[in-house]
Design a protein around this ligand. Structure first.
Ligand code: TRP
Ligand code: SF4
Length: 327
């Protein structure tokens, strides 16, 4: 039976945090069981916004691969690759750019939003406008049937669908039209209750030490209505409680559900319990991380193998594309 192909990627612009874990990565991990999965490092995409300080890209590439394996993405089951190692992506991107109408790119809501958000980075460039065309090349190169992404990326995948249809219409059926698989948003927020993000400085990283976790948890905003310990709290709107629900034992969760609204437990004690559960829950990931970080040769080997597998597929697709386009 053909299991169908899944592909997704991440830009290497920093280390993985709990937002990535509970948003994308655990979802990717589950998909491995049902599909042929490709997960890749979108380093050319990172260059679209980080072109002035590219050092972060190389550094985070290996950090991210180590994180992926540590959380249970299995290189024996899924294929990992690095975008810039598969030069065929650049050729397919160029061909797609010939027939992608400019208005499709200019009206893209994610593009418009990022232009304003990333103003200090000066992303008013040709490469940044073409970002989703490169993304279409990533996806279609492996003839993916499904692309698991967050809501912000959905317009890009919609564009991929339009590019696939337009290619097939102009040159004959080569590409499947991939589905967007929306990743449910993570219930976990950053320490300040905004979405967890490196750029907000509110994230807990998979690489954080026990001391860093303790310090960050103690700063977390809880139920904002609860100013004093004697005030009743509401766990259902408390981010600390969301962490408990993922990382603590059922008895602990039940106890807090009872004792917080009756003000029998205070936030300081509640946070201390949560930090303990979190550290314990992350320990297997951190242990695996330490093991891999001390065996970089193995990590590089894993990447080289994934790159080789992916390159072979990319070569096949490009042969078909050149045949279809006749250039
Ligand atoms: N744009 C994606 C992000 O920022 C990364 C990405 C690049 C991607 N190419 C992709 C995701 C292809 C899915 C499929 O998160
Ligand atoms: Fe949140 Fe716990 Fe404080 Fe209740 S006691 S408000 S669940 S931190």
């Amino acid at each position: 039976m053909n299991k169908g192909t899944i592909l997704s990627g991440m830009r290497p612009t920093g280390k993985m945090h709990l937002g990535h874990l509970h948003g994308a990565l655990l979802n990717w991990k589950n998909l491995q069981e049902q599909y042929r999965c490709f997960y890749f490092i979108a380093d050319w995409h990172a260059l679209t916004s980080e072109y002035a300080h590219p050092d972060i890209i190389r550094q985070s590439t290996y950090d991210i691969i180590i994180d992926w394996i540590s959380v249970g993405l299995d290189p024996e089951v899924s294929t990992f690759f690095i975008q810039s190692e598969i030069k065929e992506h650049a050729e397919l991107y160029l061909i797609f750019s010939m027939f992608t109408p400019l208005p499709w790119l200019e009206r893209n809501p994610t593009y418009k939003e990022q232009l304003t958000e990333l103003r200090q980075k000066d992303v008013y460039t040709y490469g940044f406008l073409g970002y989703p065309v490169l993304q279409a090349a990533d996806i279609l190169m492996y003839k993916a049937n499904g692309v698991p992404v967050g809501e912000d990326q959905a317009p890009h995948v919609e564009l991929t669908r339009e590019i696939a249809r337009r290619f097939n219409h102009l040159y004959g059926e080569v590409f499947p039209v991939p589905e967007v698989l929306l990743t449910p948003t993570s219930k976990i927020l950053g320490m300040d209750r905004r979405k967890m993000s490196k750029s907000y400085g509110n994230a807990i990283f998979l690489t954080d030490s026990d001391e860093e976790i303790d310090a960050k948890v103690s700063q977390m905003i809880t139920d904002p209505q609860r100013a004093r310990k004697s005030d009743p709290g509401d766990p259902t709107i408390c981010n600390v409680f969301s962490f408990h629900e993922i990382y603590s034992k059922l008895e602990t969760i039940e106890a807090i559900r009872n004792d917080c609204p009756s003000a029998k437990i205070g936030c300081v004690a509640c946070k201390r319990m949560m930090a303990a559960s979190l550290k314990q829950g992350l320990e297997p990931i951190r242990a695996k991380r330490r093991e891999l970080a001390s065996n970089m040769e193995r990590v590089k080997e894993i990447m080289a193998e994934g790159n080789t597998t992916s390159r072979a597929i990319a070569r096949n697709t490009m042969a078909e594309v050149r045949e279809a386009v006749k250039v």
